[in-house]
Design a protein around this ligand. Structure first.
Ligand code: SF4
Length: 700
């Protein structure tokens, strides 16, 4: 296809938004150097020329009038533009004063994963070496942490997909749980359709009949928060109806007998009673999945954003293990990564307990190795901190006095939002790196203008585990700087400049390769040149002559005895269940036109025209019980807060829940209502289910 427009050059890169990381070219005017638009990349093997509405308009954020053009300092409650010198001097002064007075751990860093691997790596090093604080965590805690925890428990390694997605079209069955991929990762749908054209079956687990569930052979419309009951019920049927690959389980799995005993009570009748799903549909789903030679279990935040998210992940993963589907062609387990670099960003040491390469900070050998790479004494390495939401607890307690938020908007994306907003107000000093003034940035004392994805280069890791190149299309606009340059300059002012002496992302990548060497997420054999030549390289890739690993666990798992674990999980209710005062379950999620906290997509006119405000989606039967009409304003209240929303009626949802999308802030933030109960292992909050009350408002 001739994609080139006269007088323009094409820069080959990837979309900035979700984990699909669709291949695209950015069109740049040769005369003015301005970005004119995008063209899909038809030769990108994963997405083959497809882009969704967010992807085709993503370029409009780059030269958007709302871009923060110069550093901002809050003076007398209002932001005033400043020079970089003034902003960085203020940061140096405040950080130094606070640490002198309250100790190293009075500072904290809140990172993100919509950044390149190079920047994600540097966030961890910046927190631990430049600031010397143990308080570091990131927004992936609200996104991928339960999948990561589940995979570590089951496989001993956290790669979000056990197979390359180019194989999906050859699969016979997809069991998709808690993912509305048609809206959240729209370009993945073509892969399922290709397989469906060849006869593949699709089972979708979701309380709502989403566009994904609408094309399923079986839709298991469970009550939010009952995934572990449903997965136990499906495991019960696989065992009872003799669908288990006995040889695989015998040779490659631990703990089968315990799992078998624990799923015994989950008969179709009992599972139906707990989940609200018709028992015949459960049986049908188990038989389709159990009899498919090549099946893939896929899940996302619906399963993971629960206070039992890790348990849910291990149970759904056990379905694939019982069928002997891991490590084989067109079969396996995969998560739909929400953020663009959700996979890479969680491997490089932004988590409170991890160092680069997925090394545990509690492991003395890991500390010794990374200290060597960073050129510090192992004694200087801070200890493990706390998870993202728990950092807000530490602010309320007065332990954390300052925070540096990088590429993240927790004022919208964290649960129990008013508690988080109060925490931001309590801080002595807040610095935010962003290119738009997010709701979090509005709380800041200093806002540092950063570049967009088109103004810098580096690598990301897509949801398959494939490491790819992001290429620079234009020079940084206005006075923006890249996050890595900002870390370098602050580090220098704090006397740690020699540890951050980089002149390009490539130099950071070279150090990062060394830091990952020998770790569970080993990128040491990956080079920029190889990525260009091979259309991406899959980790683990321990040497330059290693081909990379598109399919993991072919021979062995990353556990001590090389076998996968099949954890037995008992059924537990969600943290908050309906009561007389709050009789309905509230669940939250995304719509196709917006990305995460909406800080970017709410600025794109076309996307806002399609979906300008959040809404309360409910079944007409539920609405009629309260005499509510489509389009009316209602009040939704949970034990934490209350908000007004417009009713949207649809029969495509259960008649005992309401659904609200979460892409808006302040009075439109549904996360004011959500529950911050945390999973005991992953520390993931329970975004996906809480108890709520709905009331009709007096109509004007
Ligand atoms: Fe692709 Fe996701 Fe971007 Fe849409 S938002 S174009 S699916 S990467």
């Amino acid at each position: 296809k001739n994609l080139k427009h006269e007088g323009e050059k094409l820069i080959t890169t990837h979309c900035s938004y979700c984990g699909m990381q669709c291949g695209m070219h950015i069109r740049v005017s040769e005369k003015t150097g301005k970005i004119k638009g995008v063209e899909p990349r038809y030769d990108w093997p994963v997405t083959l020329g497809k882009l969704c509405p967010k992807g085709v308009t993503a370029y409009q954020q780059i030269d958007h009038p709302d871009r923060i053009k110069r550093p901002l300092i809050k003076k007398k409650g209002r932001f005033v533009e400043s020079s970089w010198e003034e902003a960085l001097s203020l940061i140096e002064k405040k950080f130094t004063e606070l640490q002198d007075k309250h100790g190293k751990d009075s500072l904290s860093v809140f990172g993100g994963v919509s950044m390149t691997n190079e920047k994600c790596y540097l966030v961890g090093k910046y927190a631990r070496v430049a600031l010397g604080t143990r308080f570091l965590d990131y927004n992936g805690r609200f996104c991928m942490s339960s999948a990561a925890g589940g995979f570590m428990k089951t496989f001993g390694m956290d790669r979000g997909s056990t197979l390359p997605w180019t194989e999906l079209e050859h699969s016979d069955c997809f069991l998709i749980a808690g993912s509305n991929t048609a809206e959240c990762h729209p370009t993945s749908i073509q892969m399922f359709w290709k397989a469906r054209d060849k006869g593949a079956k699709m089972i979708v687990v979701d309380p709502r009949e989403t566009p994904t569930a609408r094309i399923a052979d079986v839709h298991l419309d469970l009550l939010p928060g009952t995934d572990s009951a449903l997965a136990n019920g499906l495991l019960h049927l696989l065992i009872k109806e003799d669908f288990v690959d006995k040889e695989y389980v015998e040779n490659r799995c631990n703990n089968f007998e315990e799992l078998k005993a624990s799923v015994e009570p989950f008969t179709p009748e009992y599972t139906s009673q707990l989940t609200g799903v018709d028992k015949n549909k459960i049986i049908k789903a188990a038989r389709i999945y159990g009899s498919s030679p090549r099946s893939v279990v896929m899940f996302a935040r619906g399963v993971e954003q629960q206070s039992k998210g890790v348990d849910n992940v291990t149970l759904y993963t056990s379905l694939a293990l019982l069928r002997g589907q891991i490590g084989k062609f067109a079969s396996g387990v995969a998560t739909f990564t929400g953020q663009g670099n959700g996979q890479g960003g969680r491997e490089h040491g932004q988590k409170s307990d991890l160092l680069p390469g997925y090394r545990k900070i509690t492991d003395p050998e890991a500390v010794k190795y990374i200290s060597g790479v960073w050129g510090i004494d192992p004694e200087e390495m801070p200890k493990a901190g706390v998870s993202a939401f728990e950092m807000f607890d530490e602010i309320h307690k007065g332990t954390i006095r300052a925070m540096h938020v990088v590429c993240s908007n927790p004022a919208v994306s964290a649960p129990d939002a008013e508690y988080v907003w109060e925490a931001f107000k309590k801080l002595d000093f807040l610095v935010v790196n962003d290119f738009f003034l997010s709701e979090t940035a509005e709380f800041a004392d200093v806002v540092l203008p950063t570049t967009t994805w088109a103004e810098d280069e580096g690598t990301t890791t897509n949801l398959e585990g494939r490491v790819i190149r992001i290429r620079k299309s234009i020079e940084p606009l206005h006075e923006s700087k890249t996050d890595w340059q900002i870390f370098k300059e602050i580090a220098a002012r704090l006397g740690k400049g020699k540890h951050f002496d980089y002149s390009s992302p490539r130099e950071i990548f070279e150090e990062f390769r060394l830091a990952t060497k020998g770790g569970k997420a080993d990128y040491s054999g990956i080079t920029y040149e190889r990525i260009d030549k091979e259309d991406g390289v899959f980790w683990p890739c321990p040497s330059e002559d290693h081909p990379g690993t598109p399919t993991v666990f072919k021979e062995t798992f990353a556990t001590p005895n090389g076998k996968a674990n099949l954890p037995a999980v008992s059924w537990q209710e969600p943290d908050e269940t309906p009561s007389e005062e709050f009789p309905i379950r509230l669940t939250t999620g995304r719509v196709v036109f917006h990305y995460l906290s909406g800080n970017q997509t709410r600025r794109i006119d076309f996307l806002m025209e399609q979906c300008p405000v959040p809404f309360a989606e409910m079944h007409p039967e539920l609405a009629s019980r309260y005499n509510m009409q489509d389009g009316e304003k209602i009040r939704v209240t949970t034990p934490r807060s209350t908000m007004e929303l417009e009713v949207r009626l649809t029969k495509a949802t259960r008649n005992d829940i309401i659904f609200v999308p979460y892409h808006w802030g302040k009075e439109l933030a549904v996360n004011k209502l959500t529950n911050a109960a945390l999973d005991p292992t992953s520390r993931m909050p329970e975004f996906k289910v809480c108890a709520a009350r709905i009331e009709k408002l007096e109509q004007k």
